[in-house]
Design a protein around this ligand. Structure first.
Ligand code: FAD
Ligand code: MG
Length: 353
């Protein structure tokens, strides 16, 4: 009897989790044309707040679209297109890529060149070796890192944008879209909102945020910039924005500590070690989430000065950088939309520079 009861509880839990995974968990108010949904996709919580007569249907379309991107680009799914591409590294034949992979590959190539290799999707073998995402993270030996570094070089990817063909020439090479695909997915989600005539929405893919329009009361959305040295939910400031994406890369998102040293998930492709620039957090604010995702990772690796130089060359891209010595730098255009509010009192806001 108690076994039957336990089985029923397990079956109930299974359907609850399956339903959350497939449909998301939602709260809606049809009379106000509003839906709030959470789903678990791409290894993270996806939150949506959508306002408008098509809110429910747009939110469901977004979950479906994110599922198809995940099935295409996940390294945790053996049957994904990306896993298949990686398994075939070193083979002589070239492969035709679908539009989603093509779009992400083209953007990745552009940001690798722009960052002179600080952003590099061929970093996969090193990410796997460090295992920050697994139950068994460890510090590899220097000789193992040296061996894997031979596989890391975005320039080695054979990619023909006209024929949409692609080849990874060295056996063991592995592409990892972890630093760019959530941005692509956020842009795709926003395309759905715009197509459905949604004028106000907040979409958050595990910290990769895009806001459509203003809040329903016509004031800008407020986005907290996380204190990188405090537990979740504590901010060092608030951004007031409309129709923008905000994406942060930091050393506090995923990491392990060994002998008192913090080893995080963003690898410097030149050394094979977790990036050790002067930045502990890099936030990019712009119109394209794929650009913001790639640039937040790239600038985090490049460090403060090189990143400031890079941003001067880009149009409509702003940033908030936080350094190891707890200084907060913000690009000029963004300053009037940012309220520095550091409860911890540990951070210094650098007004100029
Ligand atoms: P970002 O700075 O944006 O990206 C860091 C990630 O990019 C690293 O984790 C690594 O994968 C890669 N990377 C590291 N260094 C570099 C570099 N120099 N240049 C380029 N790339 C680099 N996580 C799970 O735990 N389970 C899952 O099932 C799962 N599925 C996923 C499916 C997809 C399609 C994607 C895109 C991600 C998935 N993730 C999964 C990963 C997860 O959500 C990560 O936390 C996320 O991708 C890292 O993003 P970030 O915003 O924290 O950091
Ligand atoms: Mg990124």
């Amino acid at each position: 009897m108690s076994c039957l009861k336990n089985n029923r509880i397990l079956i109930f839990l299974f359907f609850l989790i399956a339903s959350f995974y497939l449909n998301g968990c939602s709260k809606s108010n049809e009379s106000n044309n509003y839906v709030e949904k959470e789903s678990f996709q791409m290894g993270t919580i996806i939150s949506q707040k959508i306002y408008g007569s098509n809110a429910e249907s747009s939110a469901n379309k977004i979950i479906k679209r994110l599922n198809s991107i995940e099935e295409n680009m996940s390294l945790n799914i053996n049957t994904s297109t990306l896993s298949w591409i990686n398994t075939n590294s070193g083979e002589s034949q070239v492969f035709h890529v679908n539009d989603d992979i093509y779009n992400v590959l083209s953007a990745a190539k552009h940001f690798s060149e722009l960052s002179q290799g600080a952003f590099d999707i061929t970093v996969g073998p090193l990410v796997k070796e460090w295992g920050v995402f697994t139950d068994d993270p460890h510090v590899p030996t220097q000789s193992r890192i040296n061996e894997l570094l031979k596989l890391v070089n975005y320039k080695s990817i054979e990619f023909d944008p006209e024929k949409k063909t692609f080849r990874l020439p060295i056996k063991g090479q592995m592409i990892d879209f972890g630093a760019i695909a959530k941005g692509y997915a956020a842009d795709e989600a926003v395309k759905i909102c715009r197509k459905d005539g949604i004028k106000s929405a907040y979409i958050n893919l595990g910290g990769n945020v895009y806001v459509v329009g203003n809040k329903p009361d016509n004031t800008p959305w407020k986005i907290g910039i996380q204190n990188p040295r405090a537990a979740d939910g504590k901010y060092i400031g608030i951004l007031r924005i409309s129709d923008k994406t905000v994406v942060t890369s930091g050393d506090y998102e995923r990491f392990f500590v060994k002998n008192g040293v913090r080893y995080h998930h963003i690898i410097d492709p030149r050394t094979g070690w977790p990036s050790n620039s002067d930045l502990i957090s890099s936030t990019i604010v712009t119109d394209s989430s794929i650009s913001a995702d790639a640039l937040s990772t790239a600038t985090f690796v490049m460090g403060l000065n090189k990143s400031k130089e890079l941003l001067k060359k880009l149009h409509g891209v702003d940033a908030i950088f936080i350094t190891k010595d707890k200084k907060v730098y913000i690009t000029e255009n963004l300053r009037r939309y940012f309220d520095f509010q550091d409860e911890s009192g540990e951070f210094t806001y650098v007004e100029k520079g």
